[in-house]
Design a protein around this ligand. Sequence first.
Ligand code: 3HC
Length: 294
Amino acid sequence: MADIKKVGVLGAGLMGHGIAQVTATAGYDVVLREVDDATLEKGIGRIEKQLARAVEKGKSSQEDADAIRGRIHGTTDYADLADCDLVIEAITESLERKLEMWRAVDPIVKPEAIFATNTSSLAVIDQAAATTRPDRFIGLHYFNPAQVMKLTEVVRAVTTSDEAFQTGIDFATAQGKLATPTRDTAGFIVNRLLVPYMLDAIRAYEEGVGSVSEIDEAMKAGAGHPMGPLALSDFVGLDTLGSICDVLWDEFRERRFAQPPTLRKMLSAGWYGRKNGMGFYDYSGDAPVVNPGV
Ligand code: 3HC
């Protein structure tokens, strides 16, 4: 299997900063790339805060936290990715933007390196085919928060070689994840099942089955979920949820994957959930309260 030592992570947002942190924690050198210094500093700031919290809680020594931080090199320059053995993209969920990014990165990174996408729903083959290494292209799908959630789906595109796929499995396992193989089908395993559940919760709310908090509290107390489905939608990001719905709808044309009107209206209002402070809940105060506008 390919020997992975240095890993590039493209995007330091909600998923990218977490992927960079778990990768550095597993002992790999990480090059974390963002579009500008301010966005990069924000992502690295989140990592530093979590490392500091782990030290405060006695879950990590200061020495280990410093070593993890020391393995993460932030950059805004694609050239710094040149000698990475694996490059994982975690940029915005837009095929157009991902292809534009791969077209810039592919000629720079050494030819034997493996590329991976953290897409939540787009077909891996559509990105693989746009590079000069479709045999060395896989999906590595992490879950939010990447530092905590135990699963990584390892996606095999039709062009993926056995060696690249096995490298993906070994890499995710080395990060302490349950590396679950899945085929390159929209939504893979988890989002195929989880997204219609979140959409059904929105429909149940629209139909007056329960209020926002009643639906959430019911699923926590009745099904043992750590978060209710509407809080989870806010947590995933309503914009991300909307993009995943659109991909699943395009692929399957089934009503269960279509955006419910409430979601569509919330997106038009610019309510993207926790990430910008407003979704099914308003996050501007000390504790979230139900958004009266929903
Ligand atoms: N980053 C890093 N660590 C975090 C974190 C974050 N954003 N949020 C929580 N944690 C850590 C805490 O530090 C704490 O660590 P500790 O046990 O070492 O002290 C631990 O997680 C538990 O956190 P809290 O006590 O603060 O809170 P909870 O017990 O309520 O757990 C949660 C928070 C882990 C987010 C839990 O509510 C949960 O599991 N929610 C469901 C998350 C989920 O379903 N994610 C998948 C979404 S789907 C997806 O990502 C796919 C994509 O394609 C859309």
